[in-house]
Design a protein around this ligand. Structure first.
Ligand code: ADP
Ligand code: CIR
Length: 346
């Protein structure tokens, strides 16, 4: 493929960082699992409205294509992959925060997820059908061993009736289908085979299997008790870590298919009702930017807000510990609530 043409309207990290010279210098490279530059950038080429536009196919993609990926990582996470090293801290006793909304006036629910991939396989965009099925078996067998409040059942997507699926998606428990960014990255191949969701009885602990990452480990519940949600997640991750070896790099932390998820691979979010701030978007964005928070719509990435309800989460995931990322999110939410309250009194 020749150097791709990006439309004028394209502002993705890919189009800003991929020069014709860089393209030429990387185009002949191939990882040991056979992943190429064209595969790495396909999503951003086919979707010029991407914000990032690249997906790694395996651990080696992050070193072999570092001349393209490092600047993207540096810009997104404010972390220098050449000189810095990631640090992890998932110890809930280090997280000293209060519920920012103890009277349940603003926060509808809290959700914290981490992405994980198995060390001995390529990442999802480069995973063969047979490998994906092995991953599914390894993960679902492991999940079956969990006990107490983490015990639950694995529900394969194959054979799930449409009504159940729609309900799980609308209730924010299950991933959406047919994401065009993932489609172009090869992450939807052989859909729905090998995909599924595990959850406990209360749907407070869930695991998505073989979506964007091989595992998305999720803790969620109604209300704003962020610390309790984090504590449950930390315990669940600890149990899984005893039984599975996850892809981890001293420099980049947990390895994920999208470079925005590296490091902690964690997104800690609240669904929060802020109807007044929604009418002062400049002020809203200013507070979120200062606390390095991302605003998403109520149905997740690439969706819109409904009824003044937003999904607010930490934006950075690499070069910050899990505890720091949750603390930062909680502090930002506290300020947003103060501002919303001020606006309602004026
Ligand atoms: P991810 O968290 O894996 O990056 P999405 O942004 O697509 O993915 O969100 C996945 C689902 O989780 C969506 O249905 C979204 O509405 C839901 N979700 C995210 N944050 C919360 C929250 N705090 N409470 C309830 N549901 C949430
Ligand atoms: C994009 O480039 O827009 C998609 N591939 C999604 C990127 C991840 N989004 C994010 O901001 N964390």
């Amino acid at each position: 493929m020749p150097y791709p043409k990006f439309p004028e309207s394209c502002h993705s990290a890919l189009c800003r960082h991929l020069s014709p010279e860089l393209y030429d210098s990387l185009k002949g490279r191939r990882t040991r699992y056979g992943y190429t530059l064209d595969q790495l950038i396909r999503s951003g080429i086919e979707n010029p409205d991407s914000s990032i536009g690249v997906y790694a196919g395996d651990e080696e993609s992050y070193t072999l294509f570092a001349p393209l990926l490092d600047p993207i990582i540096r810009e997104y996470h404010h972390f220098d992959p050449e000189t810095e090293r990631h640090r992890s801290d998932m110890d809930p006793s280090h997280l000293k925060i209060e519920n920012p909304d103890p009277d349940n006036r603003f926060i509808l629910s809290t959700r914290i997820r981490v992405g994980r991939n198995l060390h001995c396989f390529p990442l999802g965009p480069n995973l063969a059908r047979r490998e994906r099925l092995i991953v599914k078996c390894m993960v679902s067998d492991t999940l079956r061993e969990l006990s107490g409040d983490l015990a639950g059942r694995y529900y394969p997507l194959v054979g799930m009736d449409e009504a159940t699926k729609t309900r799980l998606i609308e209730d924010h428990f299950l991933f959406k289908e047919g994401d065009r960014f993932l489609e172009s990255a090869g992450l939807n191949r052989d859909w729905p085979e090998g995909r599924g969701i595990f959850h406990n009885n209360d749907k407070t602990f869930l695991v998505w299997v073989n979506e964007e990452d091989q595992l998305r480990i999720i803790s969620m519940e109604a209300g704003g008790d962020i610390r309790r949600v984090f504590t449950r997640l930390s315990r669940a991750v600890g149990e899984l870590q005893k039984r599975l070896t996850f892809a981890f790099d001293e420099r980049l932390g947990y390895l994920t298919s999208c470079p925005t998820n590296l490091g902690t691979a964690m997104r800690a979010s609240v669904h929060i009702r802020l109807p007044r701030l929604a009418k002062s978007m400049d002020r809203f964005r200013e507070i979120c930017d200062r606390h390095e928070l991302q605003i998403r719509g109520v149905h997740g990435e690439h969706s819109e807000s409904e009824g003044g309800v937003f999904d607010i989460s930490n934006r950075r995931r690499l070069g910050i510990t899990e505890v720091e990322a949750v603390r930062q999110m909680s502090q930002g939410i506290t300020e947003l609530i103060e501002e919303e309250t001020k606006l309602s009194e004026s």
